[in-house]
Design a protein around this ligand. Structure first.
Ligand SMILES: NC(=O)c1ccc[n+]([C@@H]2O[C@H](COP(=O)([O-])OP(=O)(O)OC[C@H]3O[C@@H](n4cnc5c(N)ncnc54)[C@H](O)[C@@H]3O)[C@@H](O)[C@H]2O)c1
Ligand SMILES: O=C(O)C(=O)C[C@]1(C(=O)O)C=C[C@@H](O)C=C1
Length: 309
């Protein structure tokens, strides 16, 4: 592959920026990659592992001369970072972000944009529960969606170039309006994380009264929740504070459905529980058949591989 941007600046050097650095290097997609993180310990680690060509000690130095700047910090920090780098951006540069919430990032970043700079908000639907400069890996984005929420006046050439970089890193792109993105992600990512945090919190409270059994006998379902609930506290605090309405809307619906199931259990309504679980199983199969769970076994894709009903 060939160079798509001569100089890419990464602000924030965690899981997502680190994975971008690895993927861009693996594909020879950037002439030079510069990087900056707020904490000197993170910058030192990034230097030690050679994450970027240059790790700078200021955001201003990092973005100077860059034709692509990636904001890869928690969503609550995007506005302040943008205000800091704005005077140092090269004319014609593209700014993108990778935040898990889109409308609040647009609201925070847009007021600081200098004329002639292109802002194209984005969100890779790929991640792990790990964070920090050592967490990234080149294949994180392979075959995953990367949603772009361009503003109405976005320059088509700048958009096509960013799209080319993202697809060259292995992801599939799609476009959405920011408010719709935030609602979709509230269902598919934000509320599920809150539910996982809550379930593990319940077990933690229980563990305090019933000893170590919760950990010792943790079943696979609970262990899956603990993986999600190990995700970065700063990142997720910011997601919930910045996608408040959509998350609360989905959690309201969740609570209603929970009451329905709670009542079915109390009433001994087996058919209702069975019908409900049959519908949810179909969603899981749809995800696997669409190739969206790469770690899942081959159930449903190869005839005969499906487990017994
Ligand atoms: N982790 C995921 O699964 C995932 C997936 C998709 C998108 N995202 C989004 O990507 C962004 C980065 O997430 P991550 O998982 O890479 O986080 P991370 O915790 O691994 O890294 C965040 C980086 O930002 C730096 N940072 C924090 N505040 C800063 C500031 N004010 N100035 C400069 N640097 C600062 C930290 O030092 C760290 O290097 C977040 O907005 C998150 O919502 C995360
Ligand atoms: O796989 C995980 O650990 C994730 O939680 C990744 C995940 C998600 O799928 O919900 C988390 C937040 C994002 O903004 C995008 C991806």
């Amino acid at each position: 592959m060939s160079v798509i941007y001569d100089r890419v600046a990464l602000i924030g050097l965690g899981l997502i920026a680190g994975s971008m650095a690895h993927a861009m290097r693996a594909g020879g997609l950037a002439g030079e990659i510069t990087g900056y993180a707020r904490s000197s310990a993170t910058r030192d680690t990034a230097r030690e592992i050679g994450l970027c060509d240059r790790v700078c000690d200021s955001a201003a130095e990092t973005v100077a001369g860059a034709d692509l700047v990636v904001l890869a910090v928690p969503v609550g920090a995007m506005g302040a970072v943008m205000a800091e780098i704005a005077p140092h951006l090269a004319p014609g540069a593209t700014i993108t972000d990778v935040g898990s919430v889109k409308q609040s990032v647009i609201d925070a970043v847009a007021p600081h944009l200098p004329a002639g700079v292109h802002f194209i908000p984005g969100h890779p639907l790929a991640g792990t529960e790990h964070s920090g400069p050592r967490a990234g890996f080149a294949s994180l984005f392979a075959n995953r969606w990367w949603l772009l929420t361009p503003l109405p006046d976005t320059d088509p050439a700048a958009l096509a170039r960013l799209d080319a970089l993202i697809t060259a890193m292995g992801a599939k792109t799609d476009r959405m309006e920011a408010p719709h993105h935030d609602l979709v992600l509230a269902v598919t990512s934000h509320a599920p994380h809150l539910i996982a945090y809550t379930m593990v919190g319940v077990a933690d409270h229980l563990r305090r009264v019933s000893g170590e059994e919760v950990i010792q006998y943790s079943a696979a379902g609970f262990r899956d929740f603990t993986r999600i609930a190990a995700s970065d506290p700063t990142m997720w605090r910011d997601v919930f504070l910045h996608n408040k309405e959509a998350t609360l809307d989905i959690l309201g619906r969740f609570t209603e459905e929970l009451f329905v199931l709670q009542r079915a259990i109390r009433m001994g309504d087996g058919p209702q529980l069975h019908d409900y679980f049959t519908r949810t199983r179909a969603i899981r199969r749809g995800i696997i058949e669409a190739g969206q769970d790469t770690e899942a076994p081959d159930f449903g894709r190869t005839p005969g591989a499906r487990p017994a009903e």
